[in-house]
Design a protein around this ligand. Structure first.
Ligand code: ADP
Length: 477
């Protein structure tokens, strides 16, 4: 098999690689991807540093053209790239194509943003002096991404980094290098000058850690686990470096007695189980008031019986496999923990056999859970959802906010009063009314509070807050 190489200083390099395995069929090797050494990572950082002065002063039309061309090629290849995504990550083909389309929209959005860069001009408090406020790029940005959105997360970090004039060292997750390699190849061919974007695939302990330890990286944008996020934070403080973290969630969805049952069930099934529950915005705590509790549990269980778990590329599949054996063990361990803690496993949770060897798991629903159980406090990152019964809205709101995390939160209700109150009083970064907690737009801010996130929001025009630094200039007229 040919090796998909790393891109360092405009050259494809690397002679040995690691296999990218399809979680729907472990006999299917998606490709072989080079593993960067610590020395190669240092070369990539040096190349990005050398390319920064030129790229930071490049014309906005040049940046626009490259980002637009990238968006167009990604969209034109959405079937092929969506198939690659589903093969390497295990989400269904429809989800894979949807995510690829999203990546194209993000590059298109930031192509547009290059043409809208602006500052402010205002009078000084002192007569005869003018003040200009401008945004400048930071320098070399380190991008570290997780496996659960193999193309969208790289896109929403790479596109704004380049749009605002930064250079990049990009380290994708070990499990899903394929889509990352593909977008770097597209950007490279679209005409990025050498060294502006460098790809360093390989393990976090080597590649990621070398990035964290480098004094030449001016900003790190990270999405992944809370544990690694804390390492990014500690290392960045050491180097006086800007950092942005997106980490876990334990997202609640409240279902009130007055909810439209069909809307509530669909939102819960979608955000709990689609994409195999492997979204940081997935709902894993369903907080349900007692008047609708039994009806809701019955309807959700019926809905779960219709969810087809299978090979990601089969058209009849609704939920693909778990991403790998390690994540599968985490999911099944938590299912055991839930049972031991006294929650009732109302549906699912068993390993499934399919035609091909893969990591198949029947989505699981716990009832009679409490908010203090580990299954309600810790992020599982799988298709495992708990129902917690409450008396009324006030108890539901308090419980929704009683969590270390604060990424997304939802409510299913037909009451304007409760919907409005929840939007104002939820301690999450994103609030959804009668919608799944997962599923966000690309042109508006994304991010959470508490242990879920740190630093400025991602996506939309708010991305400028992380990827630029503000300068205030005074001129005596
Ligand atoms: P998960 O594996 O659950 O996605 P991780 O936080 O382990 O969460 O992974 C997210 C990203 O962080 C991956 O690209 C991974 O390789 C990277 N990573 C892991 N350990 C480190 C580390 N010590 N330094 C930098 N990056 C790391």
């Amino acid at each position: 098999m040919t090796i998909h190489q790393n891109l360092i200083a405009g050259e494809w390099v690397g002679t040995t690689g690691s296999e990218n395995v399809n979680p729907s069929d472990t006999n299917d090797i998606v490709g072989v991807y080079a593993q960067a050494t610590a020395d190669e990572v240092k070369q990539a950082i040096a190349a990005a540093k050398a390319a920064f002065p030129g790229w930071s002063r490049s014309g906005i039309l040049e940046r626009h053209a490259i980002l637009k061309k990238t968006a167009d090629e990604i969209l034109a290849r959405k079937q092929e790239l969506g198939t690659l995504l589903s093969r390497e990550e295990g989400k269904t083909l429809a989800e894979g194509i949807g995510e690829v389309t999203r990546a194209a929209q993000i590059f298109d959005f930031f192509a547009g943003e290059t043409l809208r860069l602006a500052g402010e001009v205002l009078p000084s408090a002192r007569p005869g002096i003018g003040v200009e406020i401008t945004r400048e790029p930071l320098g070399v940005i380190g991008i570290i991404t997780p496996w659960n959105f193999p193309i969208a997360i790289p896109a929403w970090k790479i596109a704004p980094a380049l749009c605002y004039g930064n250079t990049v060292v990009f380290k994708p997750a070990e499990l899903v290098p394929g889509c990352s390699w593909a977008i770097v190849d597209i950007l490279h061919r679209a005409g990025l000058p050498k060294g502006v974007l460098n790809l360093v695939m390989g393990p976090g302990s080597v590649v990621g850690q070398t990035m964290l330890d480098s004094p030449d990286i001016a900003g790190i944008t990270f999405t992944g686990s809370t544990g690694t996020g804390k390492r990014v934070a500690a290392a960045s403080i050491e180097h006086n470096r800007k950092f942005q973290l997106e980490m876990g969630g334990k997202n609640p969805m409240i279902v009130l007695d007055d909810a439209d049952l069909g809307v509530a069930v669909e939102a819960a099934a979608n955000s709990g189980f689609f994409s195999t529950g492997q979204r940081c915005t997935a709902s894993s705590r369903l907080i349900v008031t007692e008047g609708i509790h039994d009806k809701f549990v019955n309807a959700l269980t019926e809905r779960m019986k219709n969810i087809q778990v299978g090979h990601a590329l089969k058209p009849e599949t609704h939920v693909g496999p778990v991403v790998d054996v390690r994540q599968l063990k985490q999911d099944t361990d938590y299912i055991e923990i839930g049972v031991k803690e006294g929650a009732k496993l109302a549906f699912g949770g068993e390993r499934l056999e399919r035609d091909t060897p893969g990591f198949y798991l029947q989505p699981a629903l716990f009832t009679e859970a409490t908010n203090q159980m580990r299954i309600s406090r810790e992020e599982i990152f799988g298709p495992v959802v708990s129902v917690i019964r409450v008396k009324d809205y006030d108890e539901a709101l308090a419980m929704a906010n009683d969590t270390p995390f604060g990424l997304s939160a939802g409510i299913a209700t037909t009451s304007l009063k409760y919907a409005t109150h929840f939007k104002r009083n939820s301690e999450a970064g994103m609030v959804m009314v009668n919608l799944p907690t997962a599923g966000v737009d690309f042109h508006v801010p994304f991010g959470g509070r508490k242990a879920s996130s740190f630093g400025p929001r991602e996506q939309g025009k708010y991305a400028a807050e992380f990827f630029t630094v503000v300068k205030t200039a005074y001129t005596l007229a």
